[in-house]
Design a protein around this ligand. Sequence first.
Ligand SMILES: *Cc1c(COP(=O)(O)O)cnc(C)c1O
Length: 359
Amino acid sequence: MINVTQPFLPEEEEYKQYIEGIWERKWLTNNGPLVNELELRLKKFLGLSHLLFVTNGTIALQFAIRGLELKGEIITTPFSYVATTSSIVWENCNPIFVDIEANSLNIDPLKIEGAITDKTQAILATHVYGNPCDIDAIQRIADNYNLKVIYDAAHCFGTKYKGKSVLEYGDISTISFHATKLFHTIEGGAVVTKDPQLLKKIAFLRNFGHNGPESFQGVGINGKNSEFHAAMGLANLPYANDILEKRKQDHHLYNSWLKKLELQDIFISDDATYNYSYYPILFDSEEDCIKVFQALERSHIFARRYFYPLLSSLNYVNQMAMPIAENISKRILCLPLYYYLSNSEIDMICRIILRTLKY
Ligand SMILES: *Cc1c(COP(=O)(O)O)cnc(C)c1O
């Protein structure tokens, strides 16, 4: 069986070494030494000045919305994982969807202005598959209309934009370290912002609002992460460059097979150093997409229709027509991509795809 993804694991011994320290200290959570070390090492690796390690990438988004005190309408993309929209609704805001660009699959900045009302407070955009949005255009609109910008950068470990981490952009960027992501801490995520006041505020939100053992700065929740999760991150981090390099090679191998299909390429920002975190393939029709999906499935290879269905069709949002996103989401498939995937497995996957489409 080949799944769309498989979590990376470090050598068991490397994880155990960190765990031994936990047994010695008997300090399991609440901002322990491994959480601190992971935050420092991640900042260094990603080139960030600030970063808060939290329970997962979804609570990171909720912290972003809370931290910026957003109310009313948030402009967002229909083409993302459900957490992008659910976090908006969970925080009692109203998601207003704006269609995507047909080439980058990111939110279309040209359509944002038309969706702004006097209730709009922010733009929450996803860097889809780790490919940066048109950050400059989005920032110009945000500046003109006095809106905050949040980036769901869940897919962006290692992606750079104009030479620095893509997480440096927007008022806040969030990332996921879930087991299925390129770099993981089993469950986990982070909030990134350059604004020290905002960072402090979110640090309070993460820890029940405590500003001392017996005092509270305001309402908070438990968004901390544990020493065990930090240990996995610390054991995985030395492999991050290998993982990034392996994904790049896999992309090249897939490309060399699948170029015969002459399918539409997904446009990667010229300003990006891409992390190759997914391998999406955009078929000419939904029929081809489903045929390939099923042919792979018959060989126990599980690709994923990602993202399908659209977030603008969820039963708890104001549904809106999103013609481009609807069209794309019916035709797109993410192929298996993970560290342990072998070249011969990629060859096999590609042969099945070519055979199914009669090449
Ligand atoms: C994975 C993912 C999330 C959620 O992250 P978790 O750590 O699983 O909570 C949010 N947005 C996108 C785009 C994702 O892919």
